[in-house]
Design a protein around this ligand. Structure first.
Ligand code: FAD
Ligand code: PYC
Length: 415
């Protein structure tokens, strides 16, 4: 819906009393053609593309809390498609392309800022590995380049590039089309778009079990009663193993906390995204002015959305090493999410041993960038009962066939 200047003024003067709701809040129906479990960005995008592209509109998204309250609202919003292997490169690039026109597609400003993502190299091995990656990425037609220390300094003047520093900066890879976007806007934009096509978005509705008959799904048990479903797509980020256990199978996934923090807001000073796997920190500056800072997963398995202090301590040490100018900045907030990590650091998107149940999971530390692409291929998979060629390699069976897609390097600092 387009808002004119007059409607904006009218709503402001009426204290937004008549501001239309962005999506409905319906009671669940008895049954749907498709139920999507999980109202994060991926689940909402799946519902949107199912309705828009495949004409499947009798769809419900069931969310145990509030939409976008999981990892979608907890991530540090970095978007890029600089993955090593062809399979991943094609999938993440599809997603980046969808991101590039998503504000227009949804008529909702997702605040995409393609300010460039740099990955630093601190020794000769890093530099060679980074060059190999840049070449592989370019062979897939994706923008990527190697920067010299001088070029890095010109782009990020506040970065400590002194050759005397503990981890000297010898070079960096740059994806100029990489950047950040507003995370909740992505969820809200997809939610509003899906709602307009008639999708029911049902919050405070936890799926507690599956009803199966002769190896096929019939519906889901929820905290708001039984809901019948011909097909069920499960997209629950850090809880994929929990839902798989309810359906009677196991996933090769480990769940870990991943934390992040933000500083007090300051004037615009940092205009790129900088990541370092060796020093182990990444940082960007949000449009509000706060620095958004993160590092790797906490090593232990947990479902507590927190994170331990040693990770914070280590990442702050690393931050000051690279950006001494931030040493007197105060930190404002810290939080965590639960990320499901596959042994090859690539997702699982496809069918499962139960007919009619599809899983989209294992995005680990890097699924925000994949949100539109993941929804796009998952909608295709559910609608056709067959994967799209872009997600065909990302099966559950690859863990028995051995056709792994090892992207630990692309997950970089967040691992
Ligand atoms: P979610 O948004 O978590 O949605 C899943 C939903 O399922 C949740 O809302 C949950 O409440 C719901 N759910 C769970 N169980 C049930 C149930 N039984 N019934 C009903 N609903 C249920 N990725 C990037 O690409 N770039 C980054 O910079 C980045 N930074 C990150 C930083 C942090 C601190 C974290 C935690 C993650 C980061 N990620 C990043 C990863 C990214 O956030 C996730 O991969 C992505 O958001 C997953 O989206 P989703 O929609 O699958 O999950
Ligand atoms: O996947 O780019 C990423 C990322 C950055 C921080 C966490 N994940």
């Amino acid at each position: 819906m387009k808002y004119s200047i007059f409607s904006l003024a009218r709503n402001a003067l009426s204290y937004h009393r008549d501001w239309p709701r962005a999506w409905r809040s319906p009671e669940p129906k008895k049954a749907y053609d498709v139920v999507i479990v999980g109202g994060g960005g991926h689940g909402l995008a799946t519902a949107y593309y199912l309705a828009k592209l495949h004409g499947v509109r009798n769809v419900a998204v069931l969310e145990k809390g509030w939409i976008g309250g999981g990892n979608t609202g907890r991530n540090t919003t970095i978007i890029r498609s600089n993955y090593l292997w062809d399979e991943s490169a094609h999938l993440y690039e599809k997603s980046l392309k969808l991101y590039e026109s998503l504000s227009q597609e949804l008529n909702y400003n997702i605040m995409l800022s393609q300010r460039g993502v740099l990955n630093l190299a601190h020794n000769l091995h890093d530099l060679r590995e980074l060059s190999r990656r840049v070449n592989a990425i370019r062979l897939n037609g994706i923008d990527s380049e190697v920067l010299t220390p001088e070029q890095i300094k010109a782009r990020v003047p506040i970065l400590n590039t002194s050759p005397d520093s503990r981890y000297p900066v010898l070079g960096a890879s740059l994806q100029k089309r990489g950047g950040v976007a507003r995370h909740d806007a992505v969820a809200w934009g997809f939610a509003r778009g899906a709602d307009r096509y008639g999708v029911d978005i049902i919050q405070n509705c936890e799926v507690t079990g599956f009803r199966l008959k002769k190896g096929a799904v019939e519906g889901v048990e929820t905290s708001r009663g039984y809901i019948g479903a011909k097909k069920v797509g499960v997209v629950v980020a850090g809880h994929a193993s929990v839902l798989a256990a309810m359906a009677g199978f196991r996933l090769p996934i480990e769940s870990h906390p991943l934390q992040a923090l933000v500083s007090e807001p300051i004037k615009p000073i940092h205009h790129s995204v900088v990541m370092s796997s060796a020093v182990h920190v990444y940082v960007s500056q949000s449009d509000k002015g706060d620095l958004v800072i993160g590092a790797g997963i906490d090593a232990y398995n947990s479902y507590a959305q927190g994170g331990s202090f040693p990770v914070v301590e280590h990442q702050m040490g690393a931050l000051i090493e690279l950006f001494p100018i931030f040493s007197r900045l105060r930190m404002l907030r810290q939080w965590g999410g639960i990320v499901d990590v596959c042994p090859d650091a690539s997702p699982i998107i496809g069918k499962t041993p139960v007919k009619g149940i599809y899983f989209n999971c294992g995005w680990g530390t890097g699924g925000f960038k994949a949100t539109p692409g993941s929804g796009w291929v998952f909608a295709h998979t559910i609608a056709h009962d067959e994967p799209h060629e872009l997600n065909a390699p990302f099966t559950l069976e690859r863990f028995t066939s051995g056709e792994l897609i090892d992207e630990h390097g692309a997950a970089a600092v967040a691992h």
